[in-house]
Design a binder for this molecule. Structure first.
Ligand code: CMC
Length: 392
């Protein structure tokens, strides 16, 4: 008889030991390698945070230069990947395109058999972190029918991404500093979040010995779900439909429907945080600080979000269930202000989370706990039976 604990949704099962990040749900605190997310967002850039997450310590200046130059070295993707891209419908969802392109990278970038599995994954981490912005920008430009834009490695990670997204041949492109700052901060906030669904997916793939690119493709597929990373897109769509239904006037009826369980307030609630999600607070502050630069002062969707939050936080239904805004409530508003189209929101999340996926997957591959992940079940089917003499 196997000892099996029934725990649907893994609400109380620790599947690993991890030193990468910690979500303290009671305190409403998120730390990467022990450092509070607020300090990292205020004082580091995304690649410094990436190096910290992957290596465990903040790199020194020389190590950081080396890390940046190794990333920059890999920002291009094989020309033939664009042939694959051309096979997609132009109106395909970017997350579907990304799953396909990233999975295919395994075929374009074979792993070096002379390396150990751990070395292969460390090398793949640099390749993937470098190539994700290029792939996301490619999928956007393809949907627009624009020619592809090569990476500009003189720029920062965030500025290069914006340029690959939005540069057009008609005039030189200069990303706005406020947009670069906002994107870099979004990348930092989304980089890692311990054992969430997509990270667990990637760890599970790694436990089976899967190819690192294919493991990331699985992570992107999981992230796309509206209860996980896809919530940023759903949250903005919810705000837009509220606006169409009358704006602030429509909030009471919407809240009534939420309480009747006809719908959910997307961008609220979290499995672990039982207080305000610290990432949501940082994004909210960005909206406030960059209100003019991002053109949010007269943005009715932003005003609506603030009012919806105010009303929900005073309502007993939300108070009793500890439902607060999560990272996705305001991230769509910032992204839209920068000009990022709604279907790309989750792809931006994926760029950032690639770092966390690798930090976690490589931690597993380098630990003594590496075993094939294989959950058990509580069987509820028919007892043993035999086929009848004549099949129906
Ligand atoms: N709106 C209304 N009610 C909610 C919500 C919400 N957003 N979230 C939870 N509840 C209620 C739920 O109906 C239940 O009520 P009751 O006790 O009366 O049955 C109670 O709160 C507990 O909910 P649960 O679904 O058992 O809690 P969970 O830990 O499984 O759910 C969640 C976590 C994130 C799936 C959920 O809060 C949700 O659906 N939120 C909306 C989607 C969203 O914003 N997702 C992004 C999460 S953060 C980023 C990421 O992980 O990618």
């Amino acid at each position: 008889e196997h000892l099996t604990t029934y725990d649907p949704g893994f609400q109380s099962t620790a599947a690993c030991r991890s030193a990468v990040s910690f979500v303290d749900g009671e305190a409403g605190r998120l730390t990467y390698r022990g450092y509070p997310i607020e300090e990292l967002a205020a004082r580091c850039d995304f690649l410094q945070v990436a190096a910290l997450l992957l290596k465990g310590e903040l790199p020194g200046a020389e190590e950081m230069r080396e890390f940046r130059s190794r990333i920059v070295h890999h920002t291009m993707v094989h020309q033939q990947v664009s042939l694959l891209l051309n096979g997609f419908r132009r109106d395909a969802h970017p997350m579907s395109i990304l799953v396909g392109l990233i999975g295919a990278l395994a075929a374009f970038y074979p792993l070096d058999p002379a390396m150990s599995e751990q070395e292969q994954h460390r090398e793949a981490a640099l390749m993937m972190i470098a190539k994700m912005p290029t792939l996301v920008a490619m999928s956007y430009r393809y949907s627009m029918g624009w020619p592809l834009e090569y990476p500009d490695n003189r720029l920062s990670y965030a500025a290069n991404f914006l340029k690959m997204m939005f540069a057009l041949p008609v005039e030189p492109y200069e990303p706005k500093p406020a947009a670069v700052k906002a994107v870099d901060t979004l990348f930092i906030l989304h980089a890692e979040h311990e054992q969430n669904a997509s990270t667990s997916t990637v760890r599970l793939c790694a436990s089976a010995g899967a190819n690192p690119y294919q493991a990331v493709a699985a992570g992107v597929a999981c992230l796309s779900g509206p209860r996980h990373g896809g919530a940023n897109e759903s949250a903005l769509r919810m705000l837009e439909s509220l606006r169409a239904a009358g704006g602030v006037k429509a909030i009471p009826d919407f809240i009534r429907r939420v309480k009747a369980k006809e719908t959910r307030l997307i961008g609220f609630g979290h499995r672990v945080y039982k207080h305000y999600d610290p990432r949501a607070r940082i994004i909210r502050n960005i909206c406030h600080e960059l209100i003019d630069e991002l053109g949010l002062r007269d943005d009715p969707t932003y005003a609506l979000a603030l009012e919806l939050e105010r009303i929900a936080l005073e309502d007993d239904y939300f108070i009793e269930r500890h439902l607060y805004p999560n990272v996705d409530f305001y991230s769509g508003i910032v992204q839209r202000a920068i000009g990022i189209p709604t279907p790309l929101f989750t792809a931006i999340f994926a760029i950032a989370r690639t770092v966390g996926w690798f930090a976690q997957k490589n931690e597993l591959l380098e630990s003594n706990d590496l075993r094939l992940a294989r959950p058990r079940q509580v069987y509820t089917g028919s007892p043993l039976r035999h086929l009848p003499e004549t099949l129906p």
